[in-house]
Design a protein around this ligand. Sequence first.
Ligand code: GLP
Length: 258
Amino acid sequence: MKIRVFPTAELATVYVAALVESLITREPHPVLGLATGATPVLLYRQLVAFHRQGLSFAHVTTINLDEYVGLAPDHPQSYRRFMEEHLFRHVDIPPTQTHVPNGMAADLAAECARYDALLAAHPIDLQILGIGHNGHIGFNEPEGALKTRTHVVTLTAETLRANARYFPDPGAMPRQAITMGLESILQAKAIILMAFGADKAQIVQAALSGEVSTAVPASFLQMHPNVTFVLDAGACQLLTPPEHWGVSFPLLEQGQFT
Ligand code: GLP
C-alpha cells in the first residue's frame, strides 16, 4: 500500500493523470476502471487537456464502476451522462469501448451477469476510485456482508443524503444502483483511490486503520498488492505518517505540470 499526499487536490490530480497517461502510452490495449463523483472531475479535465496535446484514447477501453437503477443514459444525473460530459465526448475513444452498467435494463440480474462477463473479458489495468463518506467504493455500501460480483444495491440514507446535491428534485433520486462488487474491484492490477478535502479525513483514517471491516468497504483495499491512496492535505489530516508511507510533494518542486 502506498500513500501519496499533495498540498492540493489539483496537484494530486496531476500526479494521477500522469500515471494514467503513462499507462495509456505504454499499453497497446489499456483497460481503465473509472469512477464518478466530484473527486475525479479534475482528473478527467486533465486527461482531456492531455488529449488536446496529442494523447490518443483510440486504443483504450473503459469500464465504469456503477450506475443508478432507472436512469436512462442521457438522464442529466446518470453516470453514463456524467462520463460523456466529463471525458468521453472530449476524447477520441470509440463509444463501443466505453462501458457503464445499464440502469434501464429490464432484467437487472442479466445486466449484472453481462457486466461480470465484460470484466472477465477485459481485466482492468488501473482502477480509479473515490470514496464515499461512509467508506463505500463504487456503490458497495457498508453492510454485514459485502458482495463479490456486480449486483444491485439499495443505497443507504447517508449516500442518498450525500448525492442529493446532484438532483434538482432529491425526491426523484433513485434508491438503487448497479455496482461492481468488491472482488471485481480488487481484481484490478493496480488501484488508485483519490480522496480530497477535510470532510474525507475521518473515513480515510478508518479505511487505512490496519483493520478490514465490511463496515468500511474501502478498508478491503489494504489487502491489494498494488494500491495507492492519493490524498490532499485535508484528507490526510487525521493520519500519523510513518516513514514507509512515502509521503511526498514531488510535483510542487518539479513544477512541470502546472
Ligand atoms: C458516489 C459514487 C462513488 C464515489 C463516491 C464519492 O456515490 N458511487 O464512486 O466515489 O460516491 O463521491 P464524491 O467524489 O462526490 O465525494
